[in-house]
Design a protein around this ligand. Sequence first.
Ligand code: GAP
Length: 472
Amino acid sequence: MTAPNIETIVSLAKRRGFVFPSSEIYGGLGSAWDYGPLGVELCNNVKQAWWRWMVYERDDIEGLDSSIILNRLVWKYSGHEDTFNDLLVDCRKCKSRYRADKLYEEVGGSGTFSGSIPAGSKCPTCGESDWTDPRPFNTMLQTRLGATAEDDPSSVAYLRPETAQGIFVNFANVLTTSRRKLPFGVAQIGKSFRNEVTPGNFIFRTREFEQMEMEYFVKPGEAESAHQEWIDACYSWFTSLGISADNLRLYEQPKEELAHYAKRTVDIQYRFFPEREEPERQWDELMGIANRTDFDLRTHSKKPEDAEGKRLNPDSTEDLSYFDEVNKERFYPYVVEPAAGVNRTVLSVLMDAYSEKTNDKGETRVILKLHPALAPIKAAILPLAKNKPELVGMAKAIKRSLQPVLRAVYDDTGGIGKLYARQDEIGTPSCVTVDHQSLEDEAVTVRDRDTWEQERVKVADLQEYLLERLKE
Ligand code: GAP
């Protein structure tokens, strides 16, 4: 079972402290969300899992953490100032504004959106059919740097819309300091910002979000095979997080959807909208894996010239080409880019982990079957009676002994059934109960979240036992 819709997760997330609407006491801020005590742990666990898989478990990837605000010229030469646009349409009657491609889908346009809304399409808000022509809207979020005049164009800067450019402009720095040879990659996790026209669907589309991106630099002739390898590897990574293959699929972007830098892009889509009748509309992008060719390193380089011998980039001070010592040739490496969203990964693992189970008394309980490595809390230590100082003391001592190695909590604020239910709902893989017998036999009962089976474990072996279960 998975969550029947995103709304189910919104309500669980608010009730249990995963995600709250941002600035709620002032009426909120459309599409901004804050991660609560459990949400921050889940996000951190997703990012750690990605970093471990992407950087530590491979021999060919370095890490980087670049600035969010870069020199404006980066966005000029990357093409984002000119082309990072969404097409907008307005309803002249009720003034509602839509992203044209999303409106096209909503009014039942067939095939892929090719730039116009079918005549007679009704506005989903007011039902009229009086549209403006689609027009481009640049979705980079602008800010101004320093105490400059409001209208001083030189103070304009952007909050990055992708982490990738910070990697490209540091290509030579990483290459020289790490003494890498092709192929190698540079990974980065960080916030990105887009002035989305129609944000929404909870944390699926927001204006501030987090990306996990890796730019893999290869010889031009090796890009296509490397691209396929990364598509397969990324798909397997999502299933290794416990996401069911039934809810994942690959989507080949048609030519007209490709970003200006991409030769080929394959998205990994998740079934974010299982409640939608039309099967094709149930899926949306979880991550994109692009073959960006040599576009980025070439465009940021000082050397390339046009047919008249004029430098294409007169502002760059660096040439980002690569010298292959073996073949004695110089070229601009191609880039394969797996780019995933932290927030969409969090949403997909929450939806996929959602399940319900009925107990002996006929009560339905929510169980969040998160992969143990992602679970915000790894073990809850629960005394069977809170009015017995010996039990409480032993339970607290066990919690203290575990906390340097795994995230454990102590809870005595309810009967044991209620405490178990609370932990099931937030995905805690193990509940450790300290009972009267524990005082005699120095052992505790460990209850499994998914099977509700119980096992007696010696306190001396508990840490190793729990760590072992996190690998499952
Ligand atoms: N550097 C390439 C790039 O940024 P993208 O497909 O635009 O590619 C990569 O973004 C991933 O970032 C997406 O697959 C998605 O998971 C996430 N993402 C993009 N825009 C988002 C938004 N407005 N809100 C939440 N996540 C977003």
